[in-house]
Design a protein around this ligand. Structure first.
Ligand SMILES: [Zn+2]
Length: 102
């Protein structure tokens, strides 16, 4: 069970993008890595291929370890650690600060 899910708002805790907030675009559970909007941008030198449109230098997000972020709790609007609680048989995240479940 991961504390970060697709669509979450998260805050980056370390590295170049420390302190920035973004939305999770995708999660790679096997590798414990995530892709976050406008975080960990890399410059790709894209070559034109048969299927691919424009060649050139493009900026895009790269995955990074999920442990570098904390989800932002919708209850207290603060990056928070979460615990897991059972709600109607479903594992639900609970904010360790305010107790909000989300
Ligand atoms: Zn909270």
């Amino acid at each position: 069970m991961k504390s970060v899910r697709k669509g979450d708002r998260v805050q980056v805790l370390s590295g170049e993008d420390r302190g920035k907030i973004g939305r999770v675009l995708s999660v790679v559970p096997e590798k414990d890595r995530i892709l976050v909007e406008n975080i960990n941008m890399v410059t790709k030198h894209q070559r034109a291929t048969q299927t691919l449109r424009q060649p050139g230098i493009v900026k895009r997000e790269a995955t990074f370890p999920a442990s570098k972020v904390l989800p932002i709790c919708p209850g207290c609007d603060t990056p928070s650690r979460v615990r897991f609680v059972d709600v109607d048989g479903k594992k639900t995240r609970k904010c360790s600060r305010c107790g909000e479940t989300f």
